[in-house]
Design a protein around this ligand. Structure first.
Ligand code: IMP
Length: 504
């Protein structure tokens, strides 16, 4: 006979936190959001930490290279989507790793005989106004000079004239030689008051560019998540089908952490794939498993698949229809608390701590805060990041507001066969588990995370905590009734935003 779990499935919005004693040391500036991502033994460091507890979902409409760069700059980590060819995914990873090296490959190059009109068209296409001129117009051609928008007047000069007559030629360009350190390259930029430093090899071929603005970005983002070579860190999604080809390609490209992208991770497929990866790469590989929603599945992935972290959540995602389509899932708060309880039990039994990630269904900052208070070591979000400037989708104007498309990996649009493929489903998609939608644009990753982290830090102070560990340990939650929920909104007042007409 079917077994029924006594407790009802609950969501984050059914809980509130009861403040604990706040001491004078509990100020936002003293709070650390650093959190482990890879399992570790008691009193040992983890092999991988996040500086802020946020990762972006492995989804086509969320995590490309631009997201990975922006999120790593804020101390989090993107999981670049795997519903694409191995080659394309590895190229996205390489782009992130190359970016932070400070030595950026030049993507807007001209030949000396190109016209100014062609230079303008190139600038519009790439958005970059610094355009090296090489003998053959390639990024590693013989360097002849550089053209920037300071060198000509688009509406005054003859746009049919060749680039060679307007560029700053090589003999007047300050450049660095291949092998120069980033520190020395930045010193040259400072000394010569330049915005961009071309790096040339001994034969004079262009090899990279170093920009002053990248140095400032670095100084403005003290939480940046960097690898041991000071490159930005990035994650990548993997599946249980082509892992023996995909994982080596991603590791070669420099991926720091991998994670299975699966709606149900309690499977022998995941165990086999994870074991294969562990055997090949040992502890140098950081690999996450999931998704799961109960303690048994957590144990299986930890003990049998030997994963470094476990992702929790089935059916809670904003674009997800898995619960309706297949009848599997659990309220995200209940799922998280069940897995967290098992994680803590496992830790006290074995001395091994396996971080837990709450994935999907976080509809606002409060829910992010509650998930972390309930013991998630970090959270994965799709919609939240899809709404930022750095998600890989184009802006669309609907009814006077600007939106971005956001679709599930199990939707027809994503055509991510492998993720939802089961042995008897074959290779075609017979039903969808996700929808195709739009979300409003809210700002850059830095802006939105800035607001979320200040709310989180402030709440942690209310709870007498300076670290996420203390936060989870100090947490006292209360379940709320529907009436308390109503009471939590504004009441018996006319709201300037909602009720009263504003003067324009
Ligand atoms: P969100 O943050 O609520 O938008 O949820 C994002 C999460 O939904 C992802 O990290 C995945 O775990 C999950 N997800 C992504 N695509 C689908 C889908 O098509 N169906 C069901 N779940 C999905």
């Amino acid at each position: 006979m079917a077994k029924i779990i006594d407790e009802v499935s609950r969501t984050f919005s059914e809980y509130l936190l009861i403040p604990q004693l706040t001491l004078s040391k509990h100020t936002s500036s003293n709070v650390s959001l650093k959190t482990p991502l890879a399992k570790f033994s008691r009193n040992q460091p983890s092999r991988f930490y996040l500086n802020t507890p946020f990762v972006s979902a492995s989804m086509q409409s969320v995590s490309g290279s631009e997201m990975a760069i922006a999120l790593a700059r804020q101390g989090g980590c993107a999981f670049i989507f795997c519903s694409q060819s191995i080659k394309d995914q590895a190229a996205m990873v390489s782009r992130v790793k190359y970016h932070k090296a400070g030595f950026v490959p030049s993507d807007s190059n001209l030949r000396p005989d190109n016209t100014l009109a062609e230079a303008v068209a190139l600038r519009k296409k790439t958005g970059h106004s610094t355009m090296p001129v090489t003998h053959d117009g390639t990024k590693e051609g013989l360097f002849l000079g550089i053209l920037t928008d300071k060198d000509f007047w688009e509406y005054e000069d003859d746009l049919n004239a060749p680039v060679s007559s307007f560029m700053t030629s090589k003999d007047q360009v300050v450049f660095g030689t291949l092998g120069i350190s980033l520190h020395d390259a930045n010193s040259l930029l400072q000394k010569h008051k330049k915005e961009c430093l071309p790096i040339l090899d001994e034969e004079g071929h262009l090899r990279a560019l170093v920009f002053k603005k990248d140095y400032f970005d670095h100084m403005n983002n003290p939480d940046e998540l960097l690898d041991t070579r000071k490159r930005l860190s990035t994650g990548a999604g993997i599946n249980t089908h082509d892992y023996s080809d995909r994982i080596p390609a991603l590791v070669d490209a420099g991926t720091d952490v991998l994670c299975f992208d699966s709606s149900d991770g309690y499977t022998e497929f995941q165990k086999n794939a994870a074991q294969w990866a562990r055997k090949k790469y040992g502890e140098s590989l950081v690999i996450g498993g999931g998704n799961v929603i109960d303690g048994n599945a957590f144990r299986y992935l930890v003990e049998e698949a030997d994963v470094d972290f476990v992702k929790v959540g089935i059916g809670g995602g904003s674009i997800c229809i898995t619960r309706e389509q297949k009848g599997i899932g659990r309220g995200q708060a209940s799922a998280l608390m069940a897995v967290v309880a098992e994680r803590d039990r496992y830790f006290s039994e074995t001395g091994i701590y396996v971080p837990v990630c709450s994935d999907g269904g976080l509809a606002n900052d409060t829910q992010i805060i509650i998930a972390l208070a309930m013991g998630a070591d970090f959270v994965m979000m799709g919609r939240y990041f899809a709404m930022t400037a750095e998600s890989p989708t184009p802006k669309v104007s609907i009814g006077g507001r600007v939106y971005k498309p956001y679709w599930g990996e199990g939707s027809n649009r994503a055509r991510n066969w492998q993720r939802y493929q089961t042995a008897d489903q074959g290779s075609g998609l017979k039903f969808e588990e996700g929808i195709d939608a739009y979300v409003p644009i809210v700002g850059s990753v830095k802006e939105v995370l800035g607001v979320t982290t200040s709310k989180l830090k402030s709440t942690m102070c209310n709870m007498g905590s300076l670290t996420l560990r203390e936060f989870a340990e100090n947490t006292v939650l209360t379940r709320i009734s529907e009436q308390s929920f109503v009471e939590g909104g504004t009441s018996n007042v006319l709201s300037l935003d909602k009720d009263l007409p504003r003067e324009i």
